[in-house]
Design a protein around this ligand. Structure first.
Ligand code: IVH
Length: 688
């Protein structure tokens, strides 16, 4: 008995030891992939979790904290291609907090450490999700830039850093310190990241998983010309070696000094008091996180006064005077249970990853779209794979990529089905197109039918309020309706018979349907869901043809005459009306009472902006982009997205960019907002 107990204790200790060793191996591997290869194997949140687990184990079993434990180190070894730089003062890391209690405990420790009862003043910075960098200025000149590396030795990336436009090559002062180490973060804005990935796709090159990897990848380029094209940014947030000048009193004062020296400092920095101040700032920043142009993964609390910081000092890898309060992760790992396909309203077949439920970006995610077959191949996602799922803000969840390391031997490739899972019709993928489609059409395929109905009632189409997806689902499944025309035949009795439908809501739906009958010709065309006919094409068609009979009878040649209508759209419209079932449905809709104001006699051609094409750029003083567009269209003009020889006017506001340059090159006249308003109010007879 005694012996049994003893061996049980032994096995438990063995288990902890084995786990610690496992964690060493994992963390070393992940750290290497992240810091040295710029190709992370797991999201940061996963790394942080494992790191903490190991820290906890080591705290309880100090004998397990061996000399080679990853917790001793801050990163990985530098790449051999760049020469190495020894940091004058080590670039250490930060401890993390996730919960308010941990923040309170941090504040408590600080006050105890400083032996203070009153509130401590903290500087709160954003925690930029980029790469830490040390910039060395000697006599005010930037002489060297080095990455953090393992915290003690980094890589010399001076040539690349010199290409970053916001970093001053010379400090803005006549009395520079002899030596100044500026610490901060190099990062890439979200918009620049999107553009870069688009370019990578166009070139058939590998995409970057996130802006941080893109920034890291750019700095790792041995050819500085590449870094120069990447539009990297920098924010200063700390100081290393300083010689020949007095250090300011605290962090806020340091930031002001940096600013005066021409160094980029983020405007979101704040000075707060006590734990309450910290937590309030956390909420405020969390609320605007998604609206920031760059990614942050939390905020950093720092005791403001340097004298206090020195008093508090450091523990192994991190300062005692600062802590990072992290936001909930926007990336997480989960498993792909299956890859199904969904059928859209035009028959488009979309592969969807069914996932083991995972909490990410504040919600539980169980599905993520994979867009199309090519995307599945490009991201190399297989059934059984562990994948990185990302959900930022309100954006729909997406699969960033698979973790090749964790692929089980029986992982299965996705195969596009031959037949539609809903109606069984053959699936085909026209040459040169990315999207595979069900050939059943709305008549045979229930999925397409539902899609068409949902589109018909949607806000920008017939705008039938209160008629949602679930209702359409029921109406189709119970075979109460098949086409949009059937919607107008619905009566109270058939609606009340549906699940969870009270008489009052049924009545509201009938009223909404009745109201939707008064529409515009453009909305009506759009609501038919003709392939390639979006909102703007629908407007063009409505304006050119004026009535439904003319549109239905239009030949391909006549359609090609319409502004912005090319062969693809013309063919699609022609095919739609060549189908007698579609024509019948349109007649039924008109017979049901759908109507729109007939275009006034002196319409189109007589409006002040008729025949003129405009392009909008920059920020106008009073009008929003949509407002300006509406104004131009209501006066008979057209708004196009890009400047060409066919553009009649460019309407430019503040911060107009490349479009203004192009307009000047092509000699396109440029108007400001006032000029546009003036043009709109001119007498049409003045037209030239
Ligand atoms: S201060 C001695 N401030 O977070 C502590 N770090 O986990 C020095 N980071 O390597 C760090 N934003 O890459 C500080 N406003 C900020 C930061 C920040 C991002 C990063 C930095 C550092 C890591 C620490």
């Amino acid at each position: 008995m005694q012996e049994d107990l003893f061996s049980a204790a032994n096995t438990q200790e063995d288990a902890v030891k084995i786990r610690a060793e496992e964690l060493h191996t994992l963390l070393h591997r992940y750290g290497h992939a992240y810091y040295v290869l710029d190709a992370p194997l797991v999201p940061d949140s996963e790394y942080d979790r494992l790191f903490r687990e190991l820290q906890d184990i080591e705290q309880q079993h100090p004998e397990l904290k061996t000399a080679d434990s990853p917790t001793h180190r801050v990163g990985g070894a530098p790449l051999p291609e760049f020469s190495q730089v020894q940091h004058g003062i080590p670039m250490l890391s930060l401890n993390n907090a996730f919960e308010p209690e941990e923040v309170q405990a941090f504040d408590q420790r600080i006050r105890e450490g400083l032996e203070r009862d009153e509130n401590v003043e903290y500087s709160v910075d954003l925690k930029f999700d980029g790469l830490a960098m040390n910039l060395r200025y000697v006599d005010g000149i930037l002489v060297q830039a080095a990455t953090r590396g393992d915290g003690y030795t980094g890589e010399d990336v001076t040539e690349n850093i010199r290409t970053i436009r916001c970093i001053p090559l010379k400090l803005h002062t006549d009395t520079p310190p002899a030596v100044l180490d500026v610490r901060g973060e190099v990062l890439m804005y979200k918009a620049d990241f999107q553009k870069l990935n688009q370019r990578q796709r166009d070139l058939g090159a590998k995409e970057f998983a996130n802006p941080r990897n893109a920034a890291a990848g750019s700095l790792r380029q041995l050819d500085p010309k590449i870094a120069a094209q990447r539009n990297l940014r920098f924010f200063a947030y700390g100081i290393g070696v300083l010689e020949g000048a007095d250090k300011p009193e605290g962090h806020q004062a340091l930031m002001s000094w940096f600013k005066s020296l021409g160094l980029p400092v983020c405007d979101e920095g704040a000075l707060v008091s006590g734990a309450e101040g910290l937590l309030a700032r956390y909420e405020a920043v969390a609320a605007k996180r998604d609206a920031l142009p760059y990614e942050i993964d939390g905020i950093v609390y720092k005791v403001d006064r340097f004298a206090f910081q020195d008093q508090l000092g450091f523990v192994s890898r991190a300062p005692r005077f600062a802590i990072a309060h992290k936001f909930p992760a926007q990336e997480a790992l989960t498993k792909v249970i299956a890859i199904d396909v969904q059928v859209g309203r035009t028959g488009a077949i979309t592969p969807v990853a069914r996932l083991e439920p995972v909490f990410v970006g504040g919600v539980t995610v169980t599905n993520a779209t994979l867009h199309n077959e090519e995307e599945v191949q490009r991201k190399d996602v297989r059934i059984g794979d562990t994948v990185i799922v990302r959900r930022a803000g309100d954006v729909i969840p997406e699969v960033v990529g698979s973790v090749a390391e964790r692929r089980p031997p029986d992982a299965q490739l996705f195969v596009m089905p031959q037949a539609c899972p809903v109606c069984g019709s053959p699936i085909s993928k026209p040459e040169g197109e990315a999207v595979a489609r069900c050939s059943g059409g709305a008549i045979k395929c229930k999925a397409q039918r539902k899609g068409a109905l949902n589109h018909f009632v949607s806000r920008k189409a017939m705008n039938v309020e209160g008629l949602g997806e679930q209702l359409i689902e029921q109406l189709v499944e119970k075979q109460i309706i098949t086409t949009p025309a059937d919607l107008y035949k619905l009566g109270l009795s058939s609606l009340v018979a549906l699940d969870r439908m009270a008489e009052k809501s049924a009545g509201n739906i009938l009223t909404a349907l009745e109201q939707s009958k008064h529409t515009t010709f453009a909305r009506f065309i759009y609501s038919l869901g003709i392939r390639h006919v979006g909102e703007s094409t629908a407007k063009d068609l409505a304006q050119s043809f004026g009535n439904i009979d003319a549109l239905m009878a239009a030949t391909e040649e006549a359609l090609l005459e319409v502004n912005d209508v090319g062969p693809v759209v013309a063919k699609s419209v022609r095919e739609y009306f060549a189908d007698t079932l579609n024509c019948e449905m349109v007649s039924q809709l008109i017979a049901a009472g759908i109507q729109w104001p007939v275009q006034a006699e002196r319409s189109a051609a007589d409006l002040p902006l008729a025949g003129l094409t405009f392009v909008l750029t920059g920020t106008l003083p009073t009008m929003g982009r949509d407002q300006a567009k509406e104004l131009i269209e209501s006066k008979g003009g057209k708004v196009s997205g890009s400047v060409s020889k066919k553009t009649h006017y460019l309407v430019a506001g503040e911060e107009a960019g490349s479009k203004l340059v192009k307009a000047n090159e092509l000699g396109v006249p440029v108007l400001d907002e006032a000029g546009l308003v003036q043009l709109c109010s001119r007498n049409p007879d003045e037209k030239n």
